[in-house]
Design a protein around this ligand. Structure first.
Ligand SMILES: [Zn+2]
Length: 298
């Protein structure tokens, strides 16, 4: 089952990076508390344009996932930056991704202040931009219900990782020139759930934290201001999509989750087949860009 392995490798990369790097040392917990309590206004700052990628050199020297940190203007985000750098979480994850994918050119993973709660993929720079504001937003959201610091960090990271894998999907579609028929936003959400479904206990947080956020946002939305024009599906649709596919990845294990999440039975019935189909389709697209020797590392 070589096809199944590369999701598992990424999933394992996610959960192993988590276990090894977020050992929750006293220092990290202290930093995390600083993040939790940091407040204040901040200045909106535009990202510097990183160096543009020369796409005429495709595959000439191969590409790598590379992690970088844009200079901070607002010191409020320093604790988050320090936790990320000291844990080397994304560096370890990038190393796993480099073992899995054959890239024609580099994909940069950049942490930056964006002036908004967001993350995005910049095709010009071939860069996944992860905004500190987004991580902070997951931290504030998670603080509402996490009972311990450990739960809080896991939950913050789970939400952040879901968004990261969503952006990774956009990056792979662009850099590997993968065909997409239908809404790309939905396609990359589906890839994010597939990878989450292979990331064990940590993957459950990756799916549940953003799903809960979409559900809350969707139920609080003013009916007159629903963004029907948006390239993303509506928040409640994204919520049900994540729950349906995650349930579909292992119906017997996640039956209670589907019930608690109020996934209607008619839809739930179709979710395992939907998951299988999307899994096979993404596999077909990614397989030619995956190293054949990756399965030996774990
Ligand atoms: Zn997107």
């Amino acid at each position: 089952m070589i096809q199944k392995n590369f999701y598992k490798n990424i999933g394992l990369g996610l959960s192993l990076s988590f276990l090894f790097n977020f050992g929750l040392t006293p220092e990290l917990t202290l930093k995390a508390q600083e993040v939790k309590s940091s407040q204040g206004n901040f200045r909106l700052e535009k990202l510097d344009q990183a160096q543009k990628i020369d796409r005429s050199q495709l595959y000439a020297r191969g590409g790598q996932f590379k992690v970088g940190y844009a200079p901070l203007e607002n010191q409020k985000y320093q604790p988050i930056e320090e936790v990320l750098i000291e844990s080397q979480f994304f560096e370890t994850l990038a190393a796993t991704l480099n073992q899995v994918f054959i890239l024609p050119s580099d994909i940069n993973i950049v942490f930056a202040e964006c002036g908004e709660i967001n993350a995005f993929y910049s095709p010009d720079n071939q860069a996944i931009i992860m905004c500190y504001e987004l991580i902070e937003d997951f931290a504030i959201f998670s603080a509402q219900y996490a009972a311990t610091d450990e739960e809080w960090i896991k939950s913050t990271l789970g939400g952040t990782m879901y968004v990261f894998v969503h952006e990774l999907g956009h990056a792979l579609i662009h850099v590997l020139e993968l065909p997409v028929v239908g809404r790309e936003e939905d396609a990359v959400d589906q890839l994010a759930v597939i990878i989450a479904s292979e990331a064990g206990e940590f993957g459950e947080l990756m799916a549940i934290v953003p799903a809960t956020q979409y559900q809350l946002r969707g139920s609080q939305a003013d009916a007159r201001n629903v963004p029907y024009w948006d390239e993303h599906s509506l928040d409640l649709q994204r919520y049900y999509q994540i729950i349906c596919l995650f349930y579909g990845s292992n119906p017997s294990k996640y039956r209670t989750l589907a019930t608690l999440a109020q996934l209607p039975g008619d839809r739930a019935q179709k979710c395992p087949a939907e998951y299988q189909k999307l899994y096979a389709n993404w596999t077909q697209l990614l397989q030619p860009h995956v190293r054949v020797d990756f399965s030996s590392q774990y």
